[in-house]
Design a protein around this ligand. Structure first.
Ligand code: KIV
Ligand code: ZN
Length: 515
């Protein structure tokens, strides 16, 4: 018997971006969107076009760049939002408008200050308006997880009659418990007379750590679209994680009556890309994409694995895109070998210039570190991407002195707007000295919120991948850098964050919670 298709709706670029500090530039969004397309995600929610001119432009750019996934734009149930979303999506091969209005008593009374009948009327009008732009219209009764079931049934029936083709049931505040949320989906499908005219979808938040559990329970009860994000990124505790849902459904085909068409081998590369761009590290014990997800430490487990992999492994690491992390290239490897390995790793560069730059970084690295692993190559490419975009500030050179009994001191040359500027400062440690030196000439008035270093491969000659999160007037940005010298990686990460902050803050328009 053939299985139903489970539609994978990824909202990393919209709900994921709502995590404080995870904001992405237009180019970064396009890069992630292309990786999602390559992974065969069915629907990509690219942003909330009314939120800012930047969001509008990003949705437009994603709509133009992606060919095979449907591109979706979010809109409140308001004419101006829907028109803005429709315009942003005009270039898409396949487009969807996702409109929403809250239906829970607390949201209607306290946030919207509207009577239920008026909410229903506005929902219907919004769906009809969205249908003027596309036949693919999704409606979400926001905070459905805390809405009155009779009212929810009335709203959903009415919006389906008005032309909604997908009904998304959000557990906006992550309040539901799996058996209860599954039951909610089953009840809606059973009670709503025209439920067969729409695909039922779910969108779960992780406030109680139940987003994936609730989503899977909904799928078992008839949901055929699931909204999720790479690495579970999203508002507060995040959204349901794409990789966990996809692999749960795929691994337990004995339990689920549906399957996805996702290319799971793209999961790890995509996770790395999102983590690198947003600066949100993946915890080592995170299912599927954490560094330890397939590591077996205990002797009993290792012995079992050697005798038969299935004793302790329910999935194969390579099926979700983990490479063998084998030594691939060395300092004598040529440009062609480098290019071929990137191809094997499904890493695409946009131009010959990017390839040349990445190759020269590879050569520099090979001089310092004789074993170059796949993970090193990924870091080189990420670093090339981080540092080529909108570089108002650049690190030209850096020298740090750190000696027992002496105060560390950094001397550097920065390029600011094309002009070389010397800078120096002392600090509590070499990284502190480097950051202080940068600040003597940039004077950014930012607060450092996070500084973290992860080694990309093992060994003391491994590259350190540094994330720096800076805050200024409520705006948070993350910067990244990678190098075998962690002080240089740190300075580059700091400069990368400053470059992002330097971009005009164009978020003057309504945000998701606004009414
Ligand atoms: O969490 C939520 O309710 C949302 C909606 C816009 C679907 O993100
Ligand atoms: Zn959400």
């Amino acid at each position: 018997m053939s299985k139903d298709k489970l539609i994978i709706f990824d909202t990393t670029l919209r709900d994921g971006e709502q995590s404080p500090g995870a904001s992405m530039t237009k180019d970064e969004k396009v890069r992630i969107a292309k990786a999602l397309e390559k992974m065969h995600v069915d629907v990509i929610e690219a942003g909330f076009p009314i939120a800012s001119d930047g969001d509008f432009e990003a949705v437009k750019a994603v709509a133009a760049a992606v060919k095979t996934s449907t591109i979706c734009g979010l809109a409140r149930a308001l004419e101006k939002d829907i028109v803005r979303a429709g315009n942003a999506l005009a270039m898409a091969e396949s487009s969807r408008i996702h409109t929403f209005i809250a239906t829970s008593p607390i949201h209607m009374k306290m946030k919207l200050r509207m009577e239920p009948d008026a909410v229903l009327e506005q929902a219907v009008a919004a769906v009809k308006m969205a249908r003027k732009f596309t036949d693919d219209v999704e409606f979400s009764p926001e905070d459905a997880g805390r809405s009155d079931i009779d009212f929810l049934c009335r709203v959903v029936e009415a919006v389906i009659a008005a032309g909604a083709t997908t009904i998304n049931i959000p557990d906006t505040v992550g309040y539901n418990i799996p058996h209860q949320f599954g039951q909610l989906i089953a009840t809606l499908i059973e009670r709503i007379p025209n439920s067969d005219k729409a695909v039922f979808s779910v969108h779960c938040h992780n406030d109680l750590g139940l987003a994936v559990g609730n989503s899977l329970s909904a799928i078992l009860n008839g949901a055929r679209q699931v909204e999720c994000t790479v690495n579970g990124l999203g508002e507060r505790a995040g959204n349901a994680s794409l990789e966990e849902i996809v692999m749960a459904v795929r691994t337990r085909q004995d339990v689920f009556a549906c399957d996805t068409t996702l290319d799971a081998t793209q999961i790890v590369p995509c996770s790395r890309l999102v983590s690198g761009i947003t600066g949100f590290p993946v915890q080592p014990n995170k299912a599927i994409v954490g560094a330890n997800a397939f590591a077996h430490e205990s002797g009993i487990h290792q012995d079992g694995i050697l005798k038969s992999r299935e004793t302790y492994e329910i999935m194969r690491a390579q099926d979700v895109g983990w490479s063998n992390n084998r030594m691939v290239l060395g300092k004598h490897s040529g440009r062609n070998a480098f290019k071929n390995r990137l191809k094997e790793l499904s890493i695409e560069l946009n131009s010959e210039q990017e390839l040349n730059e990445a190759f020269s970084r590879f050569k520099e690295l090979a001089d310092k570190k004789h074993e170059i692993f796949d993970e090193d190559l990924r870091a080189i490419i990420a670093d090339t991407n981080w540092s080529t975009e909108n570089e108002h500030f650049k690190l030209v050179s850096l020298k740090v002195c750190s000696e027992t009994g002496e105060i560390p001191h950094a001397n550097m040359v920065l390029e600011i707007g094309g002009k070389e500027v010397p800078a120096s400062a002392s600090g509590g440690g070499p990284v502190d000295a480097a950051f202080r030196a940068i600040e003597t000439v940039v004077n950014s008035e930012t607060q450092l919120q996070l500084y973290s270093v992860n080694n990309i491969t093992s060994g003391t000659d491994a590259q350190g991948e540094v994330t720096v999160r800076l805050e200024k007037n409520g705006r948070i940005v993350s910067g990244q850098g990678a190098d075998t010298d962690i002080v240089i990686a740190s300075a580059n990460a700091y400069i990368n964050a400053l470059n992002k902050l330097n971009k005009v803050n164009d978020r003057e328009h309504p945000q998701l919670g606004d009414v």
